[in-house]
Design a protein around this ligand. Structure first.
Ligand SMILES: *Cc1c(COP(=O)(O)O)cnc(C)c1O
Length: 427
C-alpha cells in the first residue's frame, strides 16, 4: 500500500489497526493537556493499567498468608513462574523448559558465562560486537579477568568498516572463521542498542558452532520487538531484560534461555543456589545440589513475586494481542515512520539529518536511529513539544514506536515536530 504523510491518512491507518484498542490498557504520560508521544518502548516500556492490581494481589496474599503465600492462595508464589514461561517461550522461540525468568540481565550474563565460556588450551577467545552496550563490555572484561585471562588478549571485537555505522554480516562470519582455532564463545546482541541493527542470529550460531565455539545472545533490544527462534537456531544461551519492550517495569525481572541439550549436562560449571535445586527436594534442605533438569536449574535466589506479578500483567497483554500480531503492527508502524522521515529528509539540506538504522526489514525492528546536525538542540525541542525520545552522544536521537500502545497518528505528528525542529536548528 502507498503511504501518505498527512493526518487524515495516519488516522485511517489507526482506524484499520486491529490492535488499536490495546493502547487503552496502558498509562500514557501526559504533556501539558494532551498525551505525550512516548517513543521509548526500547528503553522503558509503559506501565500497563493492570500492573498495580497485580502487585496489589501479591501484597494481599502476603497480608493474608505470610510465608504460606508461597504455597497458598489462588496464585501460590512457588508456582508463579509457570505462568510466565508460555509467553516468554513463544516470544523467544523456545521450548517452555528452556526459559526461566530470574535475576536481571547483566547478572544472568555472568551466570551464563560461568557455564558457557570454558576457555581451554588455545581456545580462549570471545568474539563480540564493537560498541556493545557498556554493561556487556564491562561484564565480558571483568568475567575474563577473574578467569585469570587478559581481556585485551581474548576479547575480539568486530567493527564496522571505515566510514560505516553498521557491522556487515559477512565481516562477522569472516571474523569467526579467522579466529576459529581460538574461539571459545561468540557473544552477540540480537539488536544493537545504538543503531537498531538486527543481527542474523541463526547464521552467527551456525558459524560459531562450525568453529567449535558456543553462541550466546543478549536480547535486551530484541525480545518483544522482533520474532526469535532460539531453539531452532540452536543458540546455546540468551539473556534479556523485561523493562524495555516487555513493559514489565523499571528493574523488572530478567530472563534466560538455555538450550535443552545442557539441562542435564553435569560437566558444565555453574553457580548454584537453592532455587535451582529440584523442586521436589528443595525444601528437604539436603547437602548436595541436585539441579532441576531445565533452565530453572540455573536459578539461585528466591525470586520476587512482586516482580513476577508485574511481568505477568505485562506479558498477558502480548498474549491477548497475539505476539505475531504485535510484530506485524511493529513493522507497519516502523514502515510508516520511515516513510514519514524519508518524506521530510528529502526536503532538508544534505547532512542535516541521516537515518543510520538499516533499511531492510530483516535487519531492523522498532527502532530508528537518526544522526542529526545540532542534535542536542533538536532533541531539546522534541522534548519541549512532548516527544519522549532518547539522546546519545554525539548527535544521535533514537525512537522506537511500539505496536501495543503507539499510533500511526503519533508517527505523523512526530514527523511534523521533527521537521520543524530540523528547519529551526539543523538546516
Ligand atoms: C538495557 C541493556 C542492558 C542493561 O542491563 P541490566 O543488567 O538490566 O541493567 C544490558 N545490555 C544491553 C544490550 C541492554 O540493552
Amino acid at each position: 500500500m502507498d503511504f501518505q504523510n498527512n493526518q487524515a491518512f495516519a488516522r485511517q491507518l489507526d482506524k484499520e489497526d486491529p490492535l488499536r484498542q490495546f493502547r487503552s490498557q496502558f498509562i500514557i504520560p501526559r504533556h501539558k493537556d494532551r498525551d505525550a508521544i512516548y517513543f521509548l518502548g526500547n528503553s522503558l516500556g509503559l506501565q500497563p493499567k493492570q500492573t498495580a492490581g497485580a502487585i496489589r494481589e501479591v501484597l494481599d496474599q502476603w497480608s493474608r498468608f505470610g510465608v504460606e503465600g508461597f504455597f497458598m492462595g489462588e496464585k501460590p508464589w512457588l508456582e508463579f513462574h509457570r505462568q510466565l514461561t508460555p509467553s516468554l517461550s513463544t516470544m523467544v522461540g523456545a521450548q517452555s523448559h528452556e526459559v526461566v525468568a530470574m535475576n536481571q540481565l547483566t547478572v544472568n550474563l555472568h551466570l551464563m558465562l560461568v557455564s558457557f565460556y570454558q576457555p581451554t588450551g588455545r581456545r580462549t577467545k570471545i568474539l563480540c560486537e564493537a560498541k556493545a552496550f557498556p554493561s556487556d563490555q564491562y561484564m565480558l572484561a571483568t568475567h575474563v579477568r577473574q578467569r585469570g585471562l587478559n581481556p585485551a588478549d581474548v576479547i575480539v571485537e568486530v567493527q564496522p568498516r571505515e566510514g560505516d555505522s553498521l557491522i556487515r554480516h559477512e565481516d562477522i562470519l569472516a571474523a569467526i572463521d579467522r579466529h576459529k582455532e581460538e574461539l571459545a564463545l561468540v557473544f552477540w546482541g540480537g539488536v544493537n542498542y545504538y543503531t537498531g541493527q538486527v543481527f542474523d542470529m541463526e547464521s552467527i550460531t551456525k558459524a560459531a558452532h562450525a568453529a567449535g565455539a558456543k553462541a550466546g545472545f543478549d536480547l535486551a533490544h530484541a525480545v518483544g520487538n522482533v520474532p526469535l527462534q532460539l531453539h531452532n537456531w540452536d543458540a546455546d544461551f540468551a539473556c534479556w531484560c523485561s523493562y524495555k519492550y516487555l513493559n514489565s517495569g523499571p528493574g523488572g525481572i530478567g530472563g534466560a534461555f538455555i538450550h535443552e541439550r545442557y539441562h542435564t549436562d553435569s560437566s558444565l560449571n555453574r553457580f548454584a543456589g537453592w532455587w535451582g535445586n529440584k523442586k521436589a527436594t528443595q525444601f528437604l534442605m539436603e547437602k548436595d545440589f541436585d539441579p532441576e533438569a531445565s533452565a530453572e536449574g540455573w536459578q539461585l535466589s528466591t525470586p520476587s513475586p512482586l516482580l513476577y506479578a508485574a511481568h505477568r500483567a505485562a506479558l498477558s497483554i502480548f498474549e491477548e494481542a497475539g505476539f505475531e500480531n504485535v510484530v506485524a503492527k511493529n513493522n507497519r508502524l516502523n514502515d510508516y515512520l520511515w516513510f514519514v522521515l524519508d518524506d521530510i529528509i528529502r526536503d532538508m539540506p544534505p547532512n542535516s539529518v541521516r537515518i543510520f538504522t538499516p533499511r531492510n526489514r530483516s535487519e531492523k525492528g522498532c527502532q530508528v536511529s537518526l544522526a542529526v546536525k545540532n542534535g542536542r538542540e533538536v532533541f531539546a525541542q522534541l522534548s519541549a513539544e512532548g516527544v519522549f525520545a532518547d539522546w546519545r552522544e554525539p548527535d544521535v536521537i533514537r525512537v522506537a514506536p511500539v505496536g501495543l500502545y503507539n499510533t500511526f497518528e503519533e508517527v505523523w505528528q512526530f514527523g511534523q515536530i521533527v521537521k520543524k525542529a530540523i528547519v529551526t536548528f539543523a538546516a
